[in-house]
Design a protein. Structure first.
Lengths: 236, 236
DNA sequence: CCATCTTTGTGCACGCGTTCACAAAGACAT
DNA sequence: ATGTCTTTGTGAACGCGTGCACAAAGATGG
């Protein structure tokens, strides 16, 4: 995992653990819901329950970003929303491009969670010329050849890959060459990128396989092991 | 290893670390690609590179499932494919239901990675009656009211939730009540389930927010810190 | 049969993340 | 002001995951 290390071991602000960063969006979502209900303050216990985590963990997470609650009362909801948004960089506008407008790409383009949090879909790209011009989520699909100009013109630094596996690496290379430095990859492939480029992977089938493992283990506790070791196929 | 017919669920095999389980599908994918190219054996170094992990980690992972390579040679590809498939429970058939056939649900239904690995889409369900009967990925969409009978008739133990956030908990409750014990949740909500039910969450916007954080940090190394601590808004 | 070479399997140490448990801080009532 | 009560912030212990480094195992060639 190429997560740049902090040059400074500083206790404050700079050194937020990766695990904490991954939970901040979770807290933010819960806090936003509270904010919409005009709840002024919330205790670590309540918020932790809403986010589905341990309350001690939540308090420690907040302590990393120097966010202060009030003892005996809790946290100010609006204040926390602002702090977390700023820490995550959501107070600024992030133009993103989505490459590969198949079923998944269209789903992503329509996904409300993007636009609502500082992300703006700058363009939808696809290699299929016959898709060009078609409207998806109100935006026209454009041809992949426009990738470089779009990335440059819109200062796009985040790309989303929803292409078939075979095209993912080439698209990645072009995105990186054009200036993209963060990639969210939905294609079932290992992408290689130069240092300084972040890749996060979302793999639908892997999640299902992990579930299957646990499901099998649960079933195995009740019923007999379905014959353990020797497979039908042996190595030569 | 030939433990023949083991009556005892030996210490080995039972205690596979969660982190290892999460990587097994990754290895399996790389191995399948090798198998299709008729590569007979592979070293830990090569396979690790293909899967994007450290080779020592890979060897340790394999050691947990008792899978034996041959020193000086490497691992037998076919043998490993079988072993990992069996360990993950992919040698059996897993019927799944997908609930919520919007953009995302349709994308999931069409996703090839499911069918190819022991997963079979038993039904597509949606609350919108006007969708009923419409074909998606060759399967007719059925009304959510059929959930209970479908789950029971097909012995479905895995459910995929692709509904809006507001409907996710109710759908979860019905799935669990009908007998589902593993849930893959794409809705941006924290689901509460009874003990014994596994939930895995895939949250598209969270991944993007994590990317934004790193992106902001990268930008912050070059340019000036946009003023650190004191926000414009202070708590009451 | 012996020597050499390759690659596995793993003991060990280290660092990160989680959780407990509690002192400190502040609100609030009297 | 003082005492009580609630809730935060964190020190410390623990457990898990990772990666190094190396001995053991086996293949291969002479």
């Amino acid at each position: 995992m190429a997560t740049g290390r902090s040059h400074r071991p500083a206790t404050r602000g700079r050194g937020i653990p990766e695990a904490t960063v991954a939970r901040l969006p979770l807290y933010l979502r819960a806090l936003t819901a509270l904010s919409e209900r005009s709840v002024p303050t919330v205790s670590s216990e309540e918020l932790a329950a809403a986010a589905g985590v341990n309350s001690a963990k939540l308090r420690k997470d907040f302590s990393y970003l120097g966010s202060y609650g009030t003892r005996g009362v809790g946290y100010d909801v609006e204040y926390l929303v602002y702090q977390i948004s700023r820490e995550l960089g959501l107070t600024q506008d992030w133009p993103v491009v989505i490459v590969g407008i198949g079923n998944l790409g269209a789903a992503l383009a329509n996904y409300g969670g993007f636009a609502s949090r500082g992300f703006r879909v700058a363009a939808l790209l696809d290699a299929d010329a016959s898709l060009a011009g078609r409207l998806v989520a109100g935006l026209p699909v454009r041809h992949i050849d426009e990738l470089e100009s779009i990335v440059e013109d819109n200062q796009v630094s985040i790309g989303v890959i929803a292409t078939p596996a075979g095209a993912a690496q080439e698209v990645t290379d072009r995105l990186v060459a054009a200036g993209v430095t963060s990639i969210l990859n939905f294609a079932p492939t290992v992408l290689s990128v130069p240092d300084g480029v972040d890749v996060r992977k979302v793999d639908l089938s892997i999640e299902l396989q992990i579930l299957a493992f646990h499901e099998q283990r649960k079933a195995g506790e009740d019923r007999q092991e379905p014959d353990g070791d020797v497979p039908a196929v042996m190595p030569a």
